[in-house]
Design a protein around this ligand. Structure first.
Ligand code: PLP
Length: 232
């Protein structure tokens, strides 16, 4: 059986190969370990093998692991759907939120970000797969949303996040990620803002995402193995 350290080495070499193939700097792509459903010991193992950034989708689960791992200097990213009643805890306990898709959530995160913490890093989740995905703002709504979010005081708009419809067809993957890249370029140009983050690419499509400009790839299965949702 492969260990988490083995898996990290494999994923890191996939990332390196993809950045080189795209003529990009090896360090321009960061690995976000998606640890939802995985026990704290798995994150500890990943930390020991060099990882620092962890992405979680479910607030209560994440808060439990943060307590168990409070002795480690981990950087926490919230990447799941956000209900309004969860914003305070998210604003207090995370450094990044990748999954903001409406203004009300961003306003609450800004208001509730504790004064003693640096501004919260935000990505706007965009839906480039139309009907196939429920989460994410539409490309049409993005310009106004990005402008409003960029003006909030306690959050820093860093860029965009997307989860295109899963497909094994490389051309379709490339087209979806290229659409996100084009959206960040147009948003950047219209707002005159230095957006530096494209959060896109998961275990099965990180090569395509990196070819199209990803700066964070969010990897779960390829690091920690398949998820088992049947356990309570
Ligand atoms: C679960 C999840 C991932 C990781 O997906 P894998 O296919 O397991 O790599 C990435 N991003 C988000 C938003 C997720 O919910």
């Amino acid at each position: 059986m492969s260990t988490i350290a083995d898996n990290i080495a494999l994923v890191s070499s996939r990332i390196r190969a993809a950045t080189l193939a795209a003529h990009r700097d090896e360090h321009s792509v960061q690995l976000l370990a998606v640890s939802k459903t995985k026990p704290a010991e798995a994150l500890r193992e990943a930390y020991a093998a060099g990882l620092r950034d962890f992405g979680e989708n479910y607030l209560q689960e994440a808060l439990g692991k943060q307590l168990e791992l409070a002795d480690l200097p981990l950087i926490w990213h919230f990447i799941g759907p956000i209900q309004s009643n969860k914003t305070r805890a998210i604003a207090e306990h995370f450094a990044w939120v990748h999954s903001v898709d409406r203004l009300k959530i961003a306003q609450r995160l800004s208001e509730q970000r504790p004064a003693d913490l640096p501004a919260l890093n935000i990505c706007i989740q965009v839906n480039v797969s139309g009907e196939a995905s429920k989460s994410g703002c539409t490309p049409a709504d993005l310009p106004a949303l990005a402008k409003a979010i960029s003006e909030l005081p306690r959050i820093t708009l860093r860029g965009l996040m997307a989860i295109p419809e899963p497909t094994e067809d490389r051309a379709a993957q490339d087209a979806a990620f290229a659409a996100v890249r084009d959206l960040i370029k147009s948003t950047q140009a219209s707002l005159n803002l230095p957006l530096d983050t494209l959060s896109m690419g998961m275990s099965h499509d990180l090569e395509s995402a990196i070819a199209m400009g990803a700066t964070w790839v969010r990897i779960g299965t390829a690091l920690f193995g398949a998820r088992d949702y049947s356990q309570p």
